[in-house]
Design a protein. Sequence first.
Length: 295
Amino acid sequence: MASLKEVRSRIQSVSSTQQITKAMKMVSAAKLRRAQDAIVRMRPYAQRLNSILSNLTRSMDEDVENEYGIVREVRKVLIIAVTSDRGLAGAFNSNVFKGVTATVRERYANLPAANISVMAIGKKAHDYYGRGRGFTRVGDYTHVFAKLSFDTVRAAAEVAMEGFRDGLYDEVVVVYNEFKNVATQVIRAQQLLPLVPAEAPANVKESNVDYIFEPSKEEIIQTLIPQSIKVQLFKAVLESNASEHGARMTAMDKATDNAGELLKALKLTYNRTRQAAITTEILEIVGGAEALAAG
């Protein structure tokens, strides 16, 4: 049985840890509110822009070239893995790594690992894929979440778009955590490039997607399509940011509860140990008194 000093030390240690997890939960809750507001505002814009882009692509003439919609034989792939900069968020980051592995297994099983590149957004992904996972790591985007903005994400999107245009990658896929609620994040693998127009819904008439191009279709391609790709990646990063804070808040809440349960058990052990020590001392005193009386 542990001594009273050892039990007291463990109680103090667990109590200090519980205070830290409580504080981290409160910080994550505050950050989550801001991150959730950002993604809620972003979703309608991104969805509407994507819808316009799909209609625009369907209505284009075949002679209008779209360099971001060229479908090639898939020989080289870029996977954008979006994680966090810090840990203590439960399975948040490991689920992204599993999602990347599942995407490779399901879509690119016939490709050698050397033909698969990973763009790591977030320090955890940067470190994970920098330790000889067999994939080629592209760029350094560990600074994105330090000051999250469209400009910081745009730089990563432009690298992926340039690589696709130059033929370095035949497909670009982003793997991230989609935010559902505080306790639920869903892994998504979304194809960014090439752009494949969605099929028109059966109840949508052709006249509803008949656009008048001003100043020209070529200029629309050069502006709207690249902007849409950047927006889709920015949306994925915002989803991941909100998911991170939700996952960390949930993890710290569970850690706080577990610390509370452990404190109860330790205090019970402390009281039992203390009672046993007192009983032993009493028995020794009584035994000594009886020995003296008998002498």
